[in-house]
Design a binder for this molecule. Structure first.
Ligand SMILES: C[S@@+](CC[C@H](N)C(=O)[O-])C[C@H]1O[C@@H](n2cnc3c(N)ncnc32)[C@H](O)[C@@H]1O
Length: 255
């Protein structure tokens, strides 16, 4: 059997990284050019390309999905995150997905069926009027969706309402003309009764972790940094080397 030599493997790895970089750059440019809200289903193929800094690994670190939980995703698109998150909730868990476009929900369900995933539950609804009981979700997330929602404050109020006390909300935002910048997110979050605990990644492509104000569940995390950049505490998400808090100290945000 022929094994590729280390020398032949190196250029191959470099090529893979170059291709990945090119795909990400293409996605970013396409995103910017085709930018409209809600994101048109006709361009759904672009949604399958992962965006820089908004990886599934990072989402999971912040969301901390556990088997048996009930989790909400708003704006699943074609299921880039949903199809990876639902299996982590196990057969007794459940991922509710909410979208204003039936085609997006249908697309995710087709993929889920093909994978034998039966725990994704679709609902056609607007994020600013979530058709769920109060306090039913262990956690919720939106990736490159919040900025598309016409009434961001209402959506955040609704997310706050449907989360259990101590629940986690993860918001991922990418640079386009709809993007909700970290400072604006902090402002809207406070008004909605959510505490912005940390921002990870550069402001142009960041994940934010929020929690209902009444109960800020965990002690300060290693990821939370003081204004001078000193890490404190021991629990909480462990960011990568490039993932420090980029906003002002999130703990300083009043609830
Ligand atoms: C840019 S896509 C993101 C898809 C996916 N999260 C990803 O990262 O690939 C935004 C999604 O949010 C949905 N959306 C836009 N406005 C919405 C609203 N007001 N309520 C619920 N979903 C909405 C769109 O239909 C679309 O599926």
């Amino acid at each position: 059997m022929h094994h590729p030599s280390a020398r032949s493997r190196l250029p191959r790895a470099a090529t893979a990284w170059t291709l990945a970089g090119a795909a990400a750059a293409t996605a970013a440019v396409a995103w910017w050019v085709t930018d409209s809200a809600p994101y048109p289903y006709a361009q759904h193929r672009l949604l399958d390309l992962p965006l820089p800094f908004l990886s599934q690994r990072r989402l999971e670190r912040l969301l901390r999905p556990v088997p048996g939980q009930r989790v909400l995703e708003v704006g699943p698109g074609t299921g880039l995150q949903a199809l990876r998150t639902a299996p982590l909730l196990g057969p007794r868990g459940r991922l509710d997905i909410v979208d204003v476009q039936q085609q997006m929900l249908d697309h995710v369900l087709r993929q889920a069926d093909a994978q034998g995933l039966r725990t994704i539950v679709p609902t056609l609804a607007d994020a600013s009027e979530l058709p769920f009981e109060t306090g039913v979700f262990d956690s919720a997330y939106l990736v490159t969706t919040l900025g598309e929602i016409p009434d961001v404050p209402a959506a955040l109020r609704e997310l706050r309402r449907v989360l259990k006390p101590g629940g986690r909300l993860v918001v991922g935002e990418f640079f386009d003309r709809h993007q909700v910048r970290p400072a604006a997110l902090a402002r809207h979050a406070n008004a909605a009764g959510l505490h912005l605990r940390a921002v990870y990644g550069p402001p142009l492509a960041y994940f934010a972790l929020l929690a209902p104000c009444a109960t800020v569940p965990d002690p300060p995390s290693t990821a939370l940094r003081t204004a001078s950049g000193t890490a404190r505490g021991s629990a909480g998400p462990t960011p990568g080397p490039d993932a420090g808090a980029t906003d002002s100290d999130p703990r300083a945000a009043p609830c």
